[in-house]
Design a binder for this molecule. Structure first.
Ligand SMILES: [Zn+2]
Length: 197
């Protein structure tokens, strides 16, 4: 009896919270883009149609050597939306990535350098608005940094090879790790696993 009344109410509450969060985020985005316009042209945020690694000499899915480029060099080789997330620690709009609900089987790579980051079998639906994973391919695939920006105390996650900003990790994920890696879809390249013969 409690179940039937609780479920629609909680769904409605979640929708209201999502709507409010969306509005708040849009306002923040608007404020950010307004202040950015005073300094420089804002980078466009949106899906990129570029092929993986196109015009990017450091992109490799097998080379694990660290990549160390200047911001100017990154700007020349990354699409604007990837540069905004990777190098300017940007955040894509919640629920804007088609990857968030993808259930395809394969591997997710860093779009800036090709480093393998996550396998699809560690991906889960968190409902937070961004693609979520509970474990990286290897602990060394990522770097962890304390992020106290925006009045919050969070752990930022960067690519272990090129130091691209990926997103954040939170301790409210599912078993077995209990972690939720909340990652911008723009910085992920996906390759489907080839079917087993
Ligand atoms: Zn990378």
């Amino acid at each position: 009896m409690y179940q039937t009344t609780f479920t629609p109410l909680s769904c409605y509450s979640v929708m209201k919270i999502r709507f409010a969060c969306g509005l708040l985020f849009n306002c923040c985005l608007l404020l950010n883009s307004c202040s950015a316009q005073q300094k420089k042209s804002p980078a466009k945020i949106g899906p990129t149609m570029e092929m993986p690694g196109k015009n990017n000499p450091v992109y490799s899915r097998t080379d694990s050597n660290r990549v160390n480029l200047s911001e100017e060099e990154w700007k020349k080789i990354l699409p604007a939306d990837v540069f905004y997330i990777a190098r300017e620690k940007g955040t894509e709009r919640p629920w804007s990535s088609s990857i968030e609900h993808s259930t395809e089987v394969g591997t997710y790579y860093c779009k800036a350098c090709g480093n393998p980051l996550f396998k699809s079998d560690t991906k889960f639906e968190s409902g937070c608005g961004w693609p979520s994973f509970f474990d990286p391919i290897k602990k060394g695939s990522l770097l962890y940094l304390r992020d106290r920006s925006h009045g919050m105390d969070r752990t930022e996650v960067q690519c272990g090879r090129c130091k691209a900003h990926l997103g954040h990790v939170f301790e409210d994920g599912p078993p077995p790790t209990g972690l939720r890696y909340c990652i911008n879809g723009v910085i992920l390249d996906f390759e489907k696993s080839s079917p087993k013969k």
